[in-house]
Write a protein that binds this ligand. Structure first.
Ligand code: BGC
Length: 364
């Protein structure tokens, strides 16, 4: 079967032929991959800046935003059956006894850094025809979501972020008035974040590169949020122009934008950082002012990565809600569907909001 693999040492990305995998133990499930979304992480891995092949292998099969169909189940499998649609968790626990998060089933909070991520770090991903996975890492997807379910994995990142922000905001001992949300970045995570923000009743602004009349801006407005273009409004002008926000979601991964997320907070506000900036970025900031505000205005800033099973379950519920509130906007997040053979080119060129590789169209 065909698979898209990156060979970091040889610095090449190419289609390879691999043997079809077979279930090895009672809880294994054989999956036919249906669709895989491409994201910035895949782009970084295919530019050899990130990603680690499985131990002893010279290549890593890419792809972590999965949607697959169950083909065959081992004798001990209880939670899925042939024909079910599933999305697979990306991260798997490290092996260290002292890693309490991993031992507690929360590898998304792994403290050793020795976790494994399918398609990213030390485990092959889903850009291939068949994979085997343990049922414990599979989450069933309702059939009516099939055509947008490839968005579940990026939405889990937002679901985990939002769950934590809600827990922090629970500290406020009063009913809040109307809340304002700012989303920095209009990639898939930012736009899904904007959907969560609007669906939660926040008056929402999205700040991103791209023209005020472009597709992303139109999509943002179709949700009932407003779009402010970074092409015409500088980061510095954000505060004076837009005021302050109770909740800020950063989904860009550029250090200056992440600092601006903190600067945009209102009193008692929460800033959520999800982008991964390059190391070595320096910035001139009034650190005293930022830290003074954090203390005197009860602000919270936190970083968040990956997601647990419960976040997959919430993401599925949120996607169902979005499909009631703004189904066309959700569908418009998927810019194009392409065959596996065109994935290397799509990774090189980028463009669009979410490019999706369709692996088994006969089952779409
Ligand atoms: C994935 C996460 C992963 C993170 C860091 C993101 O693109 O969605 O699941 O934890 O990259 O590797």
């Amino acid at each position: 079967m065909k698979a898209l693999a990156v060979f970091p040492r040889e610095r090449k990305v190419e289609l390879v032929d691999l043997p079809e995998p077979r279930p090895q133990c009672a809880t294994d499930v054989l999956l036919r991959v249906r669709e895989v979304g491409l994201c910035g992480t895949d782009k970084e891995i295919s530019s050899f800046e990130y990603g680690v092949p499985p131990d002893g292998s010279d290549h890593l099969v890419l792809g972590h935003e999965s949607l697959a169909e169950v083909v065959e189940v081992g004798s001990g499998v209880r939670t899925v059956k042939p024909g079910d649609l599933v999305v697979a968790l990306v991260r798997r626990p490290c092996a260290h006894a002292e890693c309490f998060p991993c031992r507690a089933g929360r590898s998304d909070f792994c403290i050793t850094g020795d976790y494994v991520e399918r398609g990213i770090k030390r485990a092959d991903g889903f850009l291939t025809e068949y994979v085997v996975d343990d049922e414990h890492f599979l989450v069933p997807v309702p059939r009516p979501l099939a055509d947008v379910a490839v968005l579940i994995e990026p939405l889990t990142v937002v679901a985990k972020a939002n769950g934590q922000a809600n827990a922090i905001l629970d500290r406020l001992p009063y009913e809040s008035g109307p809340q304002r949300g700012l989303v920095l970045g209009a990639g898939a995570v930012g736009l899904l974040g904007a959907m969560v923000s609007v669906a939660s009743g926040l008056q929402t602004v999205v700040y991103s590169k791209g023209s005020e009349s472009g597709d992303r801006a139109n999509l943002v407005r179709s949700l009932g949020a407003s779009f402010v273009s970074a092409d015409t409004q500088s980061l510095d002008s954000l505060g004076p122009r837009l005021g302050q926000f109770d909740r800020v979601l950063e989904a860009v991964g550029v250090a200056s934008v992440m600092l601006a997320a903190i600067g945009a907070l209102s009193a008692n506000g929460v800033a959520i950082l999800t982008g991964v900036p390059a190391e070595g970025a320096t910035a001139q900031i009034d650190a005293g002012r930022m830290l003074r505000n954090l203390v005197l205005r009860n602000q919270v800033v936190f970083g968040t990565v990956n997601a647990a099973r419960k976040d997959y379950v919430s993401a599925i519920q949120q996607l169902e809600q979005f499909m009631t509130l703004f189904p066309d906007s959700v569908r418009r997040l998927i810019t194009q569907r392409l065959p596996l053979a065109q994935a290397p080119q799509a990774l090189r060129q980028g463009g669009g909001i979410k490019n999706v590789v369709r692996i088994s169209p006969q089952h779409a």
